[in-house]
Design a binder for this molecule. Structure first.
Ligand SMILES: [Zn+2]
Length: 116
């Protein structure tokens, strides 16, 4: 049988699977579309969100649980995932704090240089 005959709908990984071959019988049917369980979970979460079966918050939780943020995703899926995660990642307060910290470090390092 041909190796890597399938491409996962979520992460675009190539993998080997065949619905008609006995050697794959012990594997779940969804492997016809996804290479691993996490990819299927992401697909389910995103499609529930798009069909308004789940709220943005619920979907965000599902995606975080499955580890979607650290996974390789294809462009279309990534766009939707980013859209769901968008609000929680943005915080102006955090941004200001970081800026101040960076400028403090710069001042310190300048002093160190003149001491040498
Ligand atoms: Zn995958």
């Amino acid at each position: 049988m041909r190796k890597n005959n399938k491409r996962c709908l979520i992460c675009s990984n190539l993998y080997t699977f065949c619905l008609n071959c006995g050697e794959f019988d012990h594997l779940p049917r969804w492997m016809n579309m996804f290479d691993k369980k996490e990819c299927k979970e992401i697909f389910d979460a995103v499609s529930d969100y798009k069909s308004n079966l789940c709220t943005k918050e619920e979907t965000e939780e599902r995606l975080i649980k499955v580890g979607a943020l650290n996974m390789k995703l294809n462009k279309t899926v990534k766009k939707t995932v980013d859209e769901i995660m968008e609000e929680s990642n943005k915080s102006n307060l955090d941004y200001d704090e970081n800026l101040e910290e960076i400028s403090c470090k710069k001042r310190k390092s300048k002093k160190n240089i003149s001491n040498i």
